[in-house]
Design a protein around this ligand. Structure first.
Ligand code: NAP
Length: 241
C-alpha cells in the first residue's frame, strides 16, 4: 500500500475531487480527516466505507469560519496524533463579469479558496517542521495560470494559490516538506452548479473525472520522500474541439 498509516487531512471531501481522493487514500492504507460543509455527504461516505471506519474522522464545518479551522487541527491531533499529508482542496466559484459581480461573492471566494488554505496550512506547519516531514498539496487550477472571461475573481483566487504554493515550497523544503500545486482543467463535478452561474460546457466524456485528479494527487503524495513535483497540470487527453 502506498500510504500505509499516513495521516491525511482533505478539505472539501464531501463531493467531487476531495471525495475521490479520500477514497483512493483509504484504499492505500491512509487514515483520513475529511472536512465538508454537508454532514449528509460525510455520513454517506462513512456508510460507503464502513470497513475503514476506524481510519476516518469527519468534520462538518465551513473552513471560512475560525471555529472550523481550530477544530480541524485539534481533532486531527487528538484522534490520529499527527499529520503527514494536507490536501487543500475545498474551493468554489461564482462566475460573472467583474462589472456585474457581487463583493460578497469576492469575499466568500477569497475566504474559502485562499484565506482558509493559508490558515489551515499555518495550523499544521509547526508540526511538520518539528518532525521534518510532510506533504502539502494545494488544488489550484489551470485558472491559476491563465485568465478567462467571467473568471476574474476565481482566477485571482487560484493565481493566489499558485503564488503561495511556489513561495512556500522554497520556504519549507529545508525541512523535507513538499509543497505541490495541482492544476486541473475542467472536471465533471458539482463545481458546475446553478449557484456557480455556469454549466459544464463540454460533454462529460471529454473532461476529467474526479478520480483522474485523485490519481494525480495520490501520485504526488506517494513519490519517494526525497523527490517532489512542485506543479502538475492535469488535462483531458482528448478534449472536444
Ligand atoms: P465540488 O464537487 O463542488 O466539491 C467541493 C467540495 O468542497 C464539496 O465537498 C464542498 O462541500 C466543499 N466546500 C466548498 N466550500 C467549502 C467550505 N467553505 N468549507 C468546507 N467545505 C467546502 O468541486 P470540485 O470540482 O471537486 O472542486 C474541488 C477543488 O478543485 C476546488 O478548489 C476547485 O476550485 C478545484 N478545481 C475544480 C475544477 C473543476 O472543473 N471541477 C477544475 C480545476 C480546479 P459542500 O458542498 O458541502 O459545501
Amino acid at each position: 500500500m502506498k500510504l500505509h498509516n499516513k495521516i491525511a487531512v482533505i478539505t472539501g471531501a464531501g463531493k467531487g475531487i476531495g471525495r475521490a481522493t479520500a477514497k483512493k487514500f483509504l484504499k492505500e492504507g491512509a487514515k483520513v480527516v475529511l472536512i465538508s460543509r454537508s454532514g449528509d455527504d460525510l455520513n454517506r461516505f462513512l456508510d460507503e466505507n464502513s470497513s475503514h471506519k476506524s481510519n476516518i474522522l469527519t468534520i462538518e464545518g465551513d473552513i471560512s469560519k475560525s471555529e472550523t479551522l481550530n477544530k480541524i487541527t485539534s481533532s486531527t491531533f487528538s484522534t490520529f496524533g499527527g499529520i503527514d499529508i494536507l490536501v487543500n482542496n475545498a474551493g468554489f466559484s461564482v462566475f460573472n463579469n467583474l462589472v456585474d459581480s457581487r463583493t460578497e461573492d469576492f469575499d466568500a471566494m477569497f475566504n474559502t479558496n485562499i484565506r482558509a488554505l493559508y490558515l489551515i496550512t499555518k495550523g499544521f506547519l509547526p508540526h511538520m517542521i518539528k518532525v521534518k516531514s510532510g506533504t502539502i498539496i494545494n488544488i489550484a487550477s489551470v485558472a491559476g495560470k491563465q485568465g478567462f472571461a467571467t473568471g476574474t475573481i476565481y482566477c485571482a483566487t487560484k493565481h493566489a494559490v499558485m503564488g503561495l504554493s511556489r513561495a512556500l515550497m522554497l520556504e519549507v523544503r529545508k525541512y523535507n516538506i513538499r509543497v505541490v500545486a495541482v492544476c486541473p482543467g475542467s472536471v465533471d463535478t458539482d463545481f458546475f452548479r446553478p449557484e456557480s452561474n455556469t454549466v459544464l460546457s463540454s460533454h462529460p466524456f471529454t473532461v476529467l473525472k474526479p478520480e483522474d485528479v485523485a490519481e494525480t494527487i495520490l501520485y504526488a503524495a506517494s513519490l519517494p520522500e526525497n523527490a517532489t513535483v512542485s506543479e502538475i497540470e492535469v488535462r483531458p487527453t482528448n478534449p472536444r474541439k
